[in-house]
Ligand binder design. Sequence first.
Ligand SMILES: [Cu+2]
Length: 101
Amino acid sequence: MTLSINGYSYSSMPVRYLTMRKGERVRWYIMAGLNDFDFHTPHWHGNTVTVGGMRTDVVAVAPMQMVVADMVPDDVGVWLFHCHIAFHFENGMSVKYQVRP
Ligand SMILES: [Cu+2]
């Protein structure tokens, strides 16, 4: 089984799709699918987000749950964004995002 984020697996999404600038206000819309295994724990490397007033680098979503995560990135670089469930990560659930100066 191959799992994906926005249809991309194993960090194959072109990084330009998720490129932002340091200090920019960025809003991430997270939504899980409707299969019974669609419990996910999206996790950002490099930067943190705010969800419901809590600063974090990981959130949990249940099937068809939606989460809004706000980020003001301060760490420049190319970072991994992936599901933290080991089985999902090992089966491709990762993309890269970029923060430019
Ligand atoms: Cu997952």
